[in-house]
Write a protein that binds this ligand. Sequence first.
Ligand code: ZN
Length: 189
Amino acid sequence: MLRWLFGGCATCGALLAVAGVILLIIVIAVVIIVAQIYVAAIYTWLFGHETTIPTTIHGMPTTGVITATFHDSDYLAMFGVQHTGVDIAGAEGTPIYCTSDDAKVEGKGYDAAGYGHYLKIRDRDSDFYIILAHLRQPSSYDIGDDLDYGDLIGYMGSSGNSTGNHLHYEIRDPGNNPVNPEGSEGCCH
Ligand SMILES: [Zn+2]
C-alpha cells in the first residue's frame, strides 16, 4: 500500500514538473510576443516610419508591368542603393494618373541623375506624398495646382536615371520617409 502511494506520488510529481515546464514555455512565448509589439511601437515612435497608407491614396497610377518592387533585392544588388518606390514599365506615352482623392502639387522639376521629370504631390487628407518620376516631359501641372483622383498628370517616359520606359511610383509618409506603395489599396501587386 505504501509502495503504491509512493509510486503514485512520484508520477504525480513528474506530471507537475512537465506541467510547470509547459507553463514556463507559454509564459516566455507571451513575453517575447508582447516585447516584439513594444519594440515595433518604439521603433515607429523613434523613426516615424508610418507604414499604413491612408485610403485616400489608392489604385494604380498607370498600366504596365511591375519591374522592381519597394526595397527590391535585385535593385539593391545592381545599384547599391535601396529602391524607394515601385517601378511600373509600359509603352512610352502611357498615361499617368493622380492616385489621391484630393491633392496639391508640392514639387516639380527635372533631376538628370535621378527622377528625371517628376511631380511631387501631397494628399490633403493625410499629408502623405506621392512622387511620379521619369515622366516623358514636364507635367502640365505646376506647384500649387489642385488635383483630384484620376487627373492626367503626364506620360510614361525614361527621363533621368532610367534604363527604359517606366514610372517610378513612390509614396512617402508625412515625415518624408518612403513607404511601400503595395500597402495602398489596389496597387502594385
Ligand atoms: Zn524606381
